[in-house]
Design a protein around this ligand. Structure first.
Ligand SMILES: [Zn+2]
Ligand SMILES: [Zn+2]
Length: 258
């Protein structure tokens, strides 16, 4: 499985930078997990190939360019863009984003080939298929309805925490997998901002260190994501202080393979 965290910030010369303001992971150049930077960072070929997008929750940093992505491709879509989300999140996207005011309700629109956008409700009680992947969704602890994911293909499994604070069901599901190759987990705020992390339901390096004691798998890559750009270096230093084997910060733009 190949996974890339799409870049979302660029320097004056147009080169991607390490700051991660928007969240969008691309899996095997075909399936997106969240859509923050989807309209910004995909190659022309990837634009042709990505027709399945899993939305973990409707926060702006996770959906910012989803409407623009569909808009860009509108006339050329020969199959609808499939947006996979829980029924609660679908309702929020329809009410607050694709509501004719913020943007058109693409789920009701067609081009010459047919519908341009289709919602696929995600079940949280059983695994489901997205393209070639098997996906399990687990509700996590964030301030809006949010799911973590375990994504599998053949013998490989990768877990995504999405945005969350302390949680139990996610670890139960992760620990029950026979094999785990990588864990992509959020570390949003530095330790000094523990209060803000708690009210907005995010981790600091310290609370993440605590949380990882619930993980029973060993030896997989643990990649921290969702670092607030303003505090990136502080968070990196505090993560290093945890001295957890194979814990690193995920680099936007780099393709990881498991
Ligand atoms: Zn969020
Ligand atoms: Zn977020």
């Amino acid at each position: 499985m190949r996974i890339q965290l799409l870049p979302s910030s660029f320097d004056a010369n147009g080169h991607a930078t390490l700051e991660q303001r928007l969240t969008c992971f691309l899996i095997d150049a075909r399936v997106a997990v969240d859509a923050g930077s989807i309209a910004i960072a995909l190659t022309p070929q990837e634009r042709l190939d990505v027709r399945d997008i899993i939305v973990t929750h409707p926060h702006m940093d996770h959906i910012a360019s989803l409407p623009i992505f569909i808009d860009d491709l509108y006339a050329t879509l020969k199959e609808p863009m499939r947006v996979h989300a829980t029924p609660e999140v679908i309702e929020l996207l329809e009410k607050d984003v694709f509501n004719w005011n913020v943007y058109p309700r693409f789920s009701e629109l067609q081009n010459d080939y047919g519908p341009v956008m289709e919602y696929i409700p995600i079940p949280v009680d059983r695994p489901f298929k997205v393209a070639h992947l098997t996906v399990q969704a687990i509700p996590v602890n964030h301030i809006v309805p949010t799911i973590g994911l375990i994504v599998s293909h053949n013998q490989t499994s990768v877990a995504f925490s999405s945005d969350t604070a302390e949680t139990e069901a996610f670890w139960k599901a992760v620990n029950s997998k026979r094999q785990l190759d990588a864990l992509l987990i959020e570390a949003s705020f530095p330790n000094e901002m523990a209060k803000l992390a708690a009210v907005s339901r995010h981790f600091t390096p310290a609370s993440l260190g605590q949380e990882l004691t619930k993980l029973t798998h060993n030896g997989m890559d643990i990649l921290a994501v969702h670092l607030k750009p303003m505090y990136r270096q502080t968070i990196i230093n505090q993560l290093a202080d945890l001295q957890i084997p194979k814990l690193a910060v995920m680099e936007p733009g780099r393709t990881y393979s498991w």
